[in-house]
Design a binder for this molecule. Structure first.
Ligand SMILES: [Ca+2]
Length: 243
C-alpha cells in the first residue's frame, strides 16, 4: 500500500471515529425496569396478598405496551417497537433516545386499533404482536389482542386454601377490545445524560382491583363477563407511577 492511500485510510478512519463518538455523545440507551407492587410492597408471584378483604395469589400478569413516547427537552421521541411485559420481565430495552431532561413518558396498555384489527400473521416474527411470537396473546381476528392478562387464585370461601385449579377459586381475567385501550401519561423530572439510563416504572396490582368485586368476578372473557375486564382496564389508568 502506498503512503498516500495509507494516509487517506487513516483520515477516513478518523472521520468515522469522530462521527461515531459524536453520535454516542448525544444519545442514551434507555432501559425500563418493571416493579410490580401490591399496596406499595414488591409483588412476588405465587405469594398470598390481601386484596379487598380476600386472599389472592398472582401467577401471571402480562400486558402489551405500545406507542411509547418520551418527552425529552420538550421534544417527543417516539419508540415504534411494541413490547410485552410478563411476570418474568425485569426490564425492557427501549433503544436509544436523545439526551436531556425527561419530563414525560406516555404509552398504551394494549394495542392501537389499526394493529388490533390487523392480521398478526403479517408481522415479523420478532414482534411480540406477531402470530409467530411465543408470547402472543390473541383471541382471533374479530376480538383482537388480549391487552392484559391476569391469572392466579382467590380464596373466595376464606378457608385458607386456594381451591384451584378447580374452577371455583381460579382467577382468569383477560382484557382486550379497542374501547378498553388505555393511554398512560406520567410526568417526571429525570435527567437523561449517561450512556445507559434505567427508568423505574412501578405498577400497583392492588389498584387494578379498586372498587372491584373480586369474589364475583374471577373470570372474564369477551363472551363471558366482559364488564369485569373493562373495570380492570379503567383502573389500570391509575396503577402506574415512576419510583
Ligand atoms: Ca378456598
Amino acid at each position: 500500500m502506498t503512503k498516500f492511500s495509507l494516509k487517506t485510510l487513516f483520515m477516513l478512519c478518523s472521520v468515522l471515529v469522530i462521527a461515531l463518538a459524536g453520535c454516542r455523545k448525544g444519545e442514551s440507551e434507555i432501559t425500563l425496569d418493571f416493579q410490580p407492587q401490591i399496596d406499595g410492597e414488591t409483588l412476588i408471584y405465587g405469594n398470598t396478598y390481601a386484596i379487598n378483604g380476600l386472599n389472592v395469589r398472582f401467577d401471571r400478569i402480562r400486558f402489551y405496551m405500545t406507542d411509547l413516547e418520551l418527552t425529552i427537552n420538550d421534544e417527543v421521541q417516539s419508540i415504534d417497537d411494541a413490547f410485552i411485559v410478563t411476570e418474568t420481565s425485569d426490564n425492557l430495552d427501549l433503544g436509544k433516545a436523545n439526551r436531556g431532561d425527561l419530563t414525560k413518558i406516555a404509552f398504551n396498555v394494549g394495542v392501537s386499533e389499526d394493529l388490533n384489527n390487523a392480521d398478526p400473521a403479517l408481522l415479523p416474527t420478532d414482534n411480540p404482536l406477531s402470530a409467530d411470537s411465543p408470547l402472543i396473546q390473541h383471541w382471533n381476528w374479530t376480538a383482537g389482542y388480549k391487552f392484559l392478562l391476569i391469572e392466579g387464585a382467590v380464596d373466595v370461601n376464606n378457608d385458607g386454601v386456594f381451591d384451584d385449579p378447580a374452577p371455583e377459586e381460579t382467577m382468569s381475567i383477560h382484557c382486550g377490545f379497542n374501547s378498553n385501550l388505555k393511554r398512560i401519561e406520567l410526568d417526571t423530572d429525570k435527567s437523561i445524560k449517561r450512556e445507559n439510563v434505567d427508568l423505574n416504572l412501578e405498577f400497583d396490582v392492588a389498584k387494578f382491583f379498586a372498587n372491584y368485586d373480586l369474589a364475583n368476578n374471577l373470570f372474564s372473557r369477551p363472551d363471558n363477563n366482559p364488564e369485569a375486564a373493562t373495570a380492570v382496564m379503567n383502573n389500570v389508568q391509575n396503577a402506574f407511577d415512576f419510583e
